[in-house]
Design a protein around this ligand. Structure first.
Ligand SMILES: [Zn+2]
Length: 264
């Protein structure tokens, strides 16, 4: 059995990619010089495509470690609820209680400062919290330079430590895209990046049945389920209710990864 500590994998050498990338560009120059552009140019494009691919793919480990599912074969799932706190938080907490389910809320720092009572209530009811940036720059998070990325993580960490009473240990990238500068920002706080293995696009999809159908297709023991709160269509709590009913019917338990019986 693995120890709980093994799930927490903050980046240990967050700048290692820089040396690999520098070496690859040295190779490109050497090849271009020795053989010519017919080999040099494709090599250059391939090395840059690798950076783009490693940034845009949510489960990519190219630049920093990421947790995409829980190990072990127990019929447990980790519910992760992004983008709060919001006007939905109270209803969501009541639904989780009604089903005896636990979840981790990946909170946006500025929204936590605006609704500190909601953050405290999440913690009081035994749920987990994670860092989901300071102000959720959806369009540009993937392209943020090092200082801006660090500010997003630092400021959210401070806001959540203040409102929740302790800093989070989990981080989720905005829209799931983590560029090479996310790792160094996380390493400063011992944060572990979390992706997901099941999602139904409930941030934009209003129909709970469609969301549930998508999630159910990806449901496995140890699945990390991505859900949202506060979407404009207003149906996130309804969707969560359907997901929780389905998990009960399929005999899955929604637990936090820090609980010792997760992989029993
Ligand atoms: Zn988000």
């Amino acid at each position: 059995m693995r120890s709980e500590a093994s799930l927490h994998r903050p980046p240990r050498r967050p700048w290692a990619w820089l040396w690999v990338f520098a070496a690859s560009q040295g190779l490109v120059v050497a090849v271009w010089w020795a053989i010519g552009w017919r080999w040099g140019l494709p090599l250059l494009l391939a090395s840059h495509l690798a950076v783009v691919w490693g940034t845009l793919r949510p489960g990519s480990r190219l630049f920093s470690p990421v947790l995409s599912r829980l190990p072990g074969g127990a019929r447990t799932v980790w519910l992760t609820i992004d983008d709060g706190p919001s006007a939905d938080t109270g209803a969501i907490l009541d639904l989780l209680d009604a089903h005896g389910a636990k979840a981790t809320f990946f909170l946006v720092g500025a929204r936590a400062l605006a609704r500190p009572d909601a953050v405290r209530e999440i913690v009081r009811r035994g749920h987990g919290i994670g860092n989901h940036s300071f102000d959720h720059p959806s369009a540009w998070f993937w392209a943020l330079p090092p200082a801006a990325m660090r500010a997003q993580v630092d400021r959210a960490q401070a806001a959540l430590a203040t409102t929740a009473g302790a800093p989070p240990r989990w981080f989720r990238a905005v829209v799931g895209m983590a560029n090479p500068f996310v790792g160094p920002a996380l390493a400063r706080h011992g944060l572990t990046r979390v992706a997901w293995s099941a999602r139904g696009f409930d941030a934009v999809e209003p129909d709970p049945d469609r969301v549930l159908a998508r999630i159910e297709r990806q449901l496995r023991p140890g699945a990390i389920v991505l859900l949202h709160e506060g979407a404009r269509h207003g149906r996130n709590p309804e969707t969560l209710a359907r997901v929780l009913q389905r998990l009960d019917a399929l005999d899955y338990r929604a637990v936090l990864p820090d609980e010792p019986d997760v992989r029993a």
